[in-house]
Design a protein around this ligand. Sequence first.
Ligand code: SF4
Length: 506
Amino acid sequence: VQRVCLQLTDSPGARDLAWEFLRQGALVPVCVSATGLGREEVEELLAGGAERVALPLDAATPGLYQLVKGGPGWERTRELLAELARAFPGRAGTHLVVGLGETEEELLRATASLLEDGVTVALFAFTPIPGTPMAGHPRPTLASYRRIQAGHFLLRRGAVTVSDLRFEAGRLASVGLTRDSFRQLLAGGEAFRTSGCPGCNRPYYNERPGQAMYNYPRPLSPAEAEAEVSAVVDDSTPGPREAGVWRLLETGAGDAAWNMAVDEALARVHARGDGPPTLRLYTWDPPAVSVGYAQALEGEVDLEACRRAGVHWVRRPTGGRAILHEHELTYSLVIRQSRLPGPVPATYGQLARGLAGAMRQLGLEPTLAAPPARAARHSAACFDEPSAHELLVAGKKVLGSAQVRREGVILQHGSWLLQFSPGRLASFLPGVDPGRVAVKAAGVSELLGRPVGAEEAARAFREGFARGLGITLEPGVLTGEELRVARELLPGYAHPALGRPGRGTG
Ligand code: SF4
């Protein structure tokens, strides 16, 4: 225990209890947070054993304060905070809640001015509480919260001043640093930890069990730090990288050759134009085994068993290893490399935020797989081993992804297992040990203990992916040009070569 925080409510006796607690003395620093304290009372608390006192402004502007808290107290609290910070340096703090209706600009300007006055600022993410007047108010997007955390961190460190920040329509568009220095300053991920008094790790009114952590209450793992830093640097650096509106295609079930021809067509047409990134969701009918672009077939896929079972096979344009597409939802994503810079693992890490959002939407709690400590075992099956930055649920892989980069465009594929049958997978991939893969992978239905179909999974994917990345998905259809290119590519996928052409990553 590094700190005790007494958050005083209006309940009768709350203040007496706080005083009693302070009188008893504590072996760790104690802070007191309460609305409506006067200068005299704060001074008494500080003299009586409180190490710090927080007067929560909560709202970034007086107007929002009036609206949300129902009183004109913002200016008075703001003045008192400045006075206290002058009189008791390092001992006055406040809370600001992100997502009450303010813009990122209003929030960061308020933060900068408080920091300038010497007031410690603790950031909260608005959390709707059932039964309260704001129960229906949405939470801030994670992307927006991360931008504010990064801005707060840089201001707190004195790495930038408020005049360095550039806003577009209220959104933080640039922190006035080069990508490299921005990345270096954020390295390690401290910016995304709980802010405020030293050692504070409050979860209250901020986090929901099983959902994205707005404030990390502990040090970030290297993989988490890399993913968070990459996403926020990409998102707050000027240029064509702003999140925004992406196209959503839901093309339903298709056979293996058509599915792959469409994905390659999307990437090719995207490379020639300037359209938005595209997310496509689809399923496979009949079921099929797909192998990675560079994967050998001989000895790895039993084509005869596939033929007998009516299972198609196809070579993907992306890398990675073999997948049985049966009870699953597949996504493909086409995006310019300039919008998602960095090597393959870094881009996996950035997109993992969207994929994690999709899983959370279904009630799963994903974690990022750490880079393997040893050279990965060469199995034919994708689900036999997670790659770095892939997501695990209860230690098992439920979603496998693979990429290819061509003409400045990234095509990323992923297969989200809805039901997993290790025996069936092994019947088409003779090198797979069903016992081993049963420990390594699982389907969403098994993990949730109820059947989850493609329609439910697609709904969760759309909503959670957009939320996780802070983007809007706008439903669209395949263009005439994309259909034409897909038809042109179709014969190459319908009669794929058996060899090992050798490109793609996964
Ligand atoms: S920052 Fe944390 S420890 Fe400090 S007053 Fe706020 S909740 Fe309490």
